[in-house]
Design a protein around this ligand. Structure first.
Ligand code: SF4
Length: 281
């Protein structure tokens, strides 16, 4: 049986062990799981599908609780804390470059408010949808949750721009996945800028935003024109094919504008303590 697993799924003995763990967690035999994978997924990307899933399940097993919701919320809280904990002083995330510059400051000052954002049902549903869609993308042969990093000099100082691209076909396309209640204008300006930054770091031919929201599902290609329009909205200009030029323009816009976008305070977890909030009520 081991030999069959190794041949059909191209897995190492260590991965076969992991497969056993997954089968046990799912309450099925290893042969039933292998049969299912062989019948339902193309052989080549099968291990890309199985192994991240096994890793995810292993992390959940480390959480000491029998309550499913409790396990999910504790997992999300730990992920959030690890992400903030691993942050370097001169690091800026791609998501931050396209949002209000006060948010990281307030997140450090009010960590409880940041943690509380985990308890938003909308955010939890978004994360679950994200896992499901990237699972499918993996089965189709895409790379998913690809870490990206590029160093640039801004005002004579080195800045590390870091992020994670949701779905990537190397050299061809990078896709940013957006979930939530809905989208008024697709693609939104900040989504255009975000996925374009990933495109410049990864050097893909195309950039797309995939919206899977409660009111609308669509995949939209982002063009140079969309990026220029987004920069016009922020009243800055840049060479949109040059990563450094684009980052510098976004830094300038963030310096001048608080919040960065007119709608931003209404969705900000810090609006109740922020002296610059424009959120109503
Ligand atoms: S409330 Fe508005 S101004 Fe304050 S941090 Fe949030 S987005 Fe920025």
């Amino acid at each position: 049986m081991t030999e069959k697993v190794q041949i059909s799924l191209r897995l190492s003995p260590e991965h076969v062990l992991r497969l056993d763990l997954l089968a046990r967690s799912l309450g099925v035999s290893r042969s039933a799981l292998v049969e299912f994978i062989a019948e339902n997924l193309p052989a080549e990307p099968a291990h890309f599908v199985v192994l991240p899933l096994v890793r995810l399940m292993e992390r959940f097993r480390e959480i000491d609780t029998e309550d499913v919701l409790d396990a999910l919320l504790r997992y999300l809280k730990r992920e959030l804390e690890e992400r903030w904990g691993s942050r370097r002083p001169n690091e800026v995330w791609v998501t931050e470059l396209v949002s209000c510059r006060l948010k990281p400051e307030l997140a450090r000052k009010y960590p409880d408010l940041l943690r509380a954002s985990v308890y938003s049902p909308n955010a939890v549903l978004g994360t679950l949808a994200h896992w499901g869609i990237t699972f499918i993308a993996r089965a189709l042969g895409y790379d998913v949750e690809v870490p990206v990093e590029r160093r640039v000099i801004v005002n004579s100082e080195e800045v590390i721009v870091r992020g994670r691209a949701d779905i990537v076909a190397p050299g061809k396309v990078v896709i940013d996945l957006k979930t939530g209640r809905g989208v008024r204008e697709a693609p939104s300006s900040h989504h255009c800028l975000q996925v374009w930054l990933y495109r410049l770091i990864l050097g893909t031919e195309k950039a797309k935003v995939l919206y899977v929201t409660l009111s609308r599902m669509c995949s939209v290609e982002v063009t140079e024109g969309d990026v220029r329009k987004a920069l016009d909205e922020l009243k800055v200009s840049a060479d949109v094919d040059d990563f450094t030029s684009l980052v510098q323009a976004l830094m300038r816009a963030r310096e001048r504008r608080v919040p960065l976008w007119h709608w931003e305070c209404s969705y900000c977890p810090f609006s109740r303590v922020c002296p610059h909030s424009r959120a109503e009520g």
